[in-house]
Ligand binder design. Structure first.
Ligand code: UD1
Ligand code: CA
Length: 477
């Protein structure tokens, strides 16, 4: 079922152009997480559970054939994944997985087949979805269940076979297992292929006669088998992929898994990552070869890092862009910042949204920038706040310089032109402009523009009283 060529391959040849809908069940509340947020919006690997499943599905099937079933906090869930272009179905009351699929009937019953996926199993891969749909079509089964053999099958439904050992007789949920069945290790992964016709013909037979008083989709195995339909199981090649996230601890385990996987992929692309277990790198992050990432670094959101960079320990980079050869020393925090090639940041720099650091520029310790452009080869090395500032090339911003950008109601801009020199501890009261190659004397409070090549001195003159200290000492004895 590749997107470009939906038919004509392998087993599908028997059924001309079978149309397949993909349902993703995501309406549940997730009681076991003990959360006020919808379960499928909890994040692993930096993105919501549901987005992982949607991303896997839309790599195999066109988004126009994918339907997310939402219910609990539906609007929030819809907004969080709307960009994927999938369709949405509302399950008003959450009365079980069988009920979820029933509520999708009108939307999908005109398809030939329906693939049903669990929205809370984020490790599922496109390859496995493809395999499941192909096997389902090949087998010409009414229901094909993706299964997995787990060492610790607790909590999952178990696959029960008929005497032939191949056709499935039913799926038994954990709560209804006999002691013997409890030892079975082949579990229901929560992913299924159905032929639409028998599915919707028989789905009304589901009852709530079970421990949770819910309509279980899993009961369709028994219902269809008893109706003489073919029900089979396909074992996932990597049982790992099917792990659901039902508890906070499972979320943490799956998250760690995804982080390590991401780090491994980056490593394969030529990135050095020391102590990868200590780093948190989101799924969409890109990093160029020969970049070195030290322990305890977080790289989040849509951050893109070039080649030959070094990100030192304890830095957190969010939605930022670093060109090649950038050095981020210890403890920097970057948010929506852009840093040109060869720039050096930190230790302990805070680059807030709209910070643009030019080629080879230096931003040093305890420097905060916000909506500030620092031109090529300019330096702000110590203890400085640059907000709403346009700073040219080769500017030296002395230690302790502050742009006073806020007058209590509005923000104003400070402009510092190329080659200017701002002495230490200057306060630049915006709006103000310092011209090309001009100097501002240390300790100045600048309230008026400084013309090109001028020197501005804006501080009280020093008074020196000779022998003052000595006299004081002597008068005290
Ligand atoms: C389900 C299976 C179990 C299987 C396991 C695999 C049933 C009855 N049991 O159990 O056999 O081993 O998955 O992970 O299906 N949902 C809705 N609407 C509802 C109820 C649930 O959309 O009314 C959604 C949930 O949001 C979730 C998915 O369906 O994404 C699965 O539901 P969940 O309650 O997590 O089922 P499990 O107990 O994990
Ligand atoms: Ca589950």
């Amino acid at each position: 079922m590749s997107r470009s060529k939906p038919s004509g391959q392998s087993g599908m040849a028997r059924e001309a152009n079978p149309r397949m809908a993909v349902l993703i069940m995501a309406a549940g509340k997730g009681t076991r997480l003990k959360s006020k947020h919808p379960k499928v919006l909890h994040e692993v690997g930096g993105k919501p559970l549901l987005r992982h499943v949607i991303d896997a599905a839309t790599r195999v099937f066109p988004a126009s054939d994918v339907y997310a079933i939402i219910g609990h906090e539906a609007e929030r869930v819809r907004q969080a994944v709307a960009a994927s272009g999938v369709n949405f179905i509302y399950q008003r009351e959450q009365r079980g997985t069988g009920h979820a699929v029933t509520s999708a009937r009108d939307a999908v019953q005109h398809y030939d087949h329906v693939l049903v996926l669990s929205g809370d199993a984020p490790l599922i891969t496109p390859a496995t979805l493809q395999r499941l749909s192909e096997y389902h079509l090949q087998q010409r089964a009414a229901m094909t269940i993706l299964s997995a053999v787990l060492d610790e099958p607790r909590g999952y439904g178990r696959i029960l076979y008929r005497r032939d050992g191949r056709s499935v007789a039913q799926i038994a949920e954990e709560k209804s297992l006999t002691d013997r069945q409890r030892r079975l290790k082949e579990v229901n992964a929560g992913f299924y292929g159905f032929r639409a016709k028998p599915l919707f013909e028989h789905i009304a037979r589901l009852t709530t006669d079970n421990a949770h008083r819910e309509y279980y989709l899993t009961d369709m195995a028994g219902v269809l088998a008893r109706a003489g339909e073919k029900v089979v199981a396909l074992s996932a090649s990597n049982p790992h992929e099917i792990l659901g996230c039902n508890t906070r601890w499972e979320l943490a385990e799956v998250d760690a898994e995804l982080r390590l996987e991401k780090a491994r992929r980056l490593a394969e692309e030529g990135v050095t990552i020391y102590a990868p277990q200590t780093c948190v790198i989101d799924a969409d992050v890109q990093v160029g070869p020969d970049t070195v990432i030290e322990p305890f670094v977080q790289i989040l959101g849509q951050t893109r890092i070039g080649s030959d960079c070094r990100v030192r320990s304890y830095s957190v980079l969010t939605d930022s862009e670093l060109a090649d050869g950038v050095v981020v020393r210890h403890g920097c925090v970057l948010e929506q910042a852009r840093v040109a090639a060869g720039a050096v940041l930190g230790p302990y720099s805070h680059l807030r949204p709209g910070s643009e650091i030019g080629e080879g520029a230096h931003v040093g310790n305890f420097v905060e920038t916000k909506k500030a452009r620092l031109g090529k080869a300019s330096k702000a090395n110590h203890l400085t706040y640059l907000g709403d500032a346009e700073i040219g090339e080769r500017v030296n911003v002395g230690a302790g310089t502050i742009t006073c950008n806020y007058d209590g109601s509005r923000k104003h801009t400070t402009v510092i032109e190329d080659g200017a020199f701002i002495g230490s501890d200057a306060t630049l009261v915006a709006p103000v402009r310092v011209g090309r190659n001009a100097y501002v004397a240390a300790g100045s409070t600048v309230t008026e523009d400084v013309p090109e090549d001028a020197l501005a001195l804006a501080r009280t003159r020093q008074v020196t009283k000779s022998q003052w200290a000595k006299r004081r000492r002597e008068s005290n004895t």
